[in-house]
Design a protein around this ligand. Sequence first.
Ligand SMILES: [Zn+2]
Length: 79
Amino acid sequence: MIVKIDSIGRITVPKKYREEFNLKPDSEANMLPLPDGIGVSLFRLTPRCANCGKEEGIKKFDNILLCENCRKVLRYAIT
Ligand SMILES: [Zn+2]
């Protein structure tokens, strides 16, 4: 998909990709250069469960990000 860079360097992420990758206003993303100087890639920065990868209900559990379900399983396992 071709996008334009505006006069102050901004790029609009097309709606298709915002929806597909759950990019919402004020989402954070990491822009990394691709090898050989051919361009950049954009990666969404969304906290995910360290165990299952889920994005909903994430909280720290003993300094590890876990979803509600994994926190319950872990609490059950350690008691
Ligand atoms: Zn989980």
